[in-house]
Design a protein around this ligand. Sequence first.
Ligand code: UD1
Ligand code: CA
Length: 449
Amino acid sequence: MSIALIILAAGKGTRMESDLPKVLHRIAHAPMLWHAMRAGQSLEPARSIVVAGHEAEQVAASAQAFDPEARVVIQSEQLGTAHAVLQAGPELEGFDGDAIVLYGDTPFISQDTLEDMARARAEHDVVVLGFEAADPGRYGRLVTEGDALIRIVEYKDATDEERAISLCNSGVVAADAATLQSLLAEVKNDNAAGEYYLPDIVEIARARGLSAGVVHCAEAETLGVNSRAELAGAEASFQQAIRARLMADGVTLQAPETCWFAWDTVIGRDAEIEPNVIFGPGVTIESGARIRAFSHLEGCHVSRGAIVGPFARLRPGAELAEHTHVGNFVEIKNAYLGEGAKANHLTYLGDADIGEGSNIGAGTITCNYDGVFKHRTTIGRNAFIGSDTMLVAPVTIGDGAMTGSGSVITDDVAPGALALGRAKQVEKAGFATRLFDMLKAKKAKQNKG
Ligand code: UD1
Ligand code: CA
């Protein structure tokens, strides 16, 4: 069965109090819209259609950043959920299969749940995702008879008896795409809100002799975000879920609640993460690597057996080969460290290639930026960079070469050579003693006067 996803993302999200459209607010570094789109990916959709309205250009760009093939339709006036889904019509032309309606501000629907819905379509023409709400509040209520879904009633339009129902509408719906569009065409807005309600398709379908049914999911999956407080709550529960998954996959988290992960963080089995480590997007940690406390990582790859931190910062393009060591107060950006290379203290390596087995002394800096352009530093294998070396890029240090501590290296260094780029030491015998005596005598005179 071919599937089209229709993701509603036109609303403004007034309660966010934001210039950014609601669906672009991030959870674990990904816009909520991406979470919804990612859940849908498990169904291998033939088409993904995003319905944008408020700040449509930004929403479209974000949708296409996640999936370049995503199609975006514009709902210029938000007249209700049925009206929103109807806008997908032109993009469904020539499509033969099921449509599933998802929501850009409901990021946690699981892949299993969506697969259950796709399967339930074998039994019902319209499948609605419902949940038992602890506090049903203002959700739409599902009126059922045995297995059959009779209708959905919005809170505003419900009787007291209907409001007593705890089975609620998540909003997620699956139906044959062409059938769905024809049902939507019949939806009217003669209700308390004056909106075109997507849930009304249930009654319209039944009037045509079609059947409707319910798939159940956990309430946590249907969690929607309407305010900053709810966004923070969603972040917390998402982090909780990532931590649980990582530990289930064999990653040691010493203090799970102190570590923060991104939506796409990948960590191998038997890796060890100490407390207070922050992961930005695009991080891969291989099996058996160890990330020590208070490190910050984004856009980087750490190989097997590497040790990072405490207090290390790996920025985008940091690529650490096996058994590398990156210690405290070391920042690495767009740089490759070959197998067994070490930079243990107080160092900046940017736009650099470091050969295997090389040792980078404390305080080393790649001076990669001339104010306009970035330049590369290349260090060969088994080189020894003395403490406090300034490597003024572009510059190349050969295999097995050495730089003296405190050197400013502006020219390439040949393999096996020692380069010294610092003032020669001079020594003046007895000078310090004479200077101190003079200064102390001066102070004594001042105190008397
Ligand atoms: C909707 C359901 C309700 C359900 C609840 C679950 C309707 C009429 N009601 O109510 O039964 O319990 O979701 O959260 O569907 N949107 C558009 N264009 C529009 C209107 C809405 O894109 O014209 C988008 C919104 O941005 C939002 C989503 O659809 O992401 C839901 O719309 P909203 O107005 O929040 O519906 P609810 O009142 O929450
Ligand atoms: Ca809502």
